[in-house]
Design a protein around this ligand. Structure first.
Ligand code: ING
Length: 320
């Protein structure tokens, strides 16, 4: 019997600064009802799905910054979403800003949770790759201060849920091959990714026309090279004057896009994902145990950035 997971994209249009969490949760619930009507088992929402993308602003007042964070989950604002999930028997991935207490200290993460079909939180992930910058850079049309407001998470885990092996990542993580490979080495069959991606990338404006292409390319590569499903969901459209891409889609282990959203607003789309389809890649082309050569990969972990050695030759042949 194939292990099907009916996965819905829960794409959000813009959330303006004045939009309350209650209003946003109503939108999330409406998408969940649409997903339930077409037989979804799981719906995936964007990164930072409860508020506007606040890292676009330079702020110094910690209370103002912390107004965008959640101190517990579920909480008063999200309880209706958990209740509906329990009523409908639908799981969900939700991205939000997490204010955690660790050893008496406040730590702030860009977080996602995986909630199963009984509305129980079965996994929590904290974004590893924080893009942008940490100090105010007024030359930019808008800021991207994730390095200022968040702490990098510890790494990428997987969780048994929905009949398979599920993994999570957030936004910029999807651009890094390591994200998928670390989960691939844990047998991941479906990677869930929410994102907020501005069309304009201030340090590289020439890339703006390729933002949707790079979005899909990154997820298609990650899917194919690890024989896993990848689900990417946008918060899209013009938020506080900043336009972000849509491009929400579901990518099969073959690298093919099997479902996508068509608008830049609140939109649900669905695909029936056969988790056993992963095997025809993970047991052949990407049978890691049979084909990988870790002795040749040391630099991937040993080095953070590029080191150029003059006249560096090919790696010396390893001693037998
Ligand atoms: N956003 C963007 C992303 O990685 C970005 C940042 C945009 C990086 C364009 C490079 C190019 O999709 C988040 N939130 O990570």
């Amino acid at each position: 019997m194939p292990r099907y997971v009916n996965v819905a994209l829960g794409q959000l249009g813009p959330i303006q600064r004045a939009d309350s969490r209650a209003q946003v949760v109503q939108r999330l619930c409406a998408l969940m009802r649409e997903a339930h009507a077409v037989g979804a088992h799981l719906i995936v929402y964007p990164e930072l799905a409860l508020t506007t993308f606040f890292p676009r602003w330079y702020m110094e007042d910690q209370a103002e910054i912390d107004s965008f964070f959640e101190r517990e989950m579920p909480n008063e604002a999200t309880r209706p979403l958990f209740a509906l999930a329990r009523e409908l028997g639908i799981g969900f991935y939700l991205g939000y800003a997490e204010l955690a207490e660790e050893g008496g200290r406040s730590v702030r993460y860009n977080t996602s949770i995986l909630v199963d079909r009984t509305a129980r939180i079965v996994a929590k992930y904290r974004k590893v790759h924080l893009p942008g910058h940490a100090e105010h850079e007024p030359w930019r049309r808008f800021q991207h201060l994730e390095k200022r407001y968040f702490t990098p998470g510890p790494g990428f885990g997987v969780t048994r849920a929905f009949g398979g092996v599920m993994g999570m990542a957030i936004c910029n993580d999807r651009r890094w091959a390591e994200t998928y490979r670390v989960m691939g080495l844990q047998g991941v069959e479906m990677v869930l990714i929410g994102y907020n991606t501005p069309v304009h990338n201030a340090p590289a404006p020439d890339h703006d026309d390729l933002s949707l292409f790079h979005n899909e390319l990154s997820m298609q590569a990650g899917a194919y090279q690890n024989g896993t499903w990848v689900v990417g969901v946008a918060k899209a459209g013009v938020e506080e004057g900043v336009d972000s891409i849509g491009g929400s889609c579901i990518v099969a282990p073959s690298g093919e896009v099997v479902a996508r959203c068509l608008t830049k607003g609140d939109e649900m789309a669905i695909a029936r994902c056969d988790l056993d389809f992963c095997g025809i890649y993970q047991r052949t082309t990407f049978d890691f145990d049979r084909h990988r050569q870790p002795h040749a990969y040391g630099l991937i972990v040993e080095r953070k950035g590029v080191t150029l050695a003059a006249g560096e030759s090919a790696p010396a042949a390893r001693q037998a």
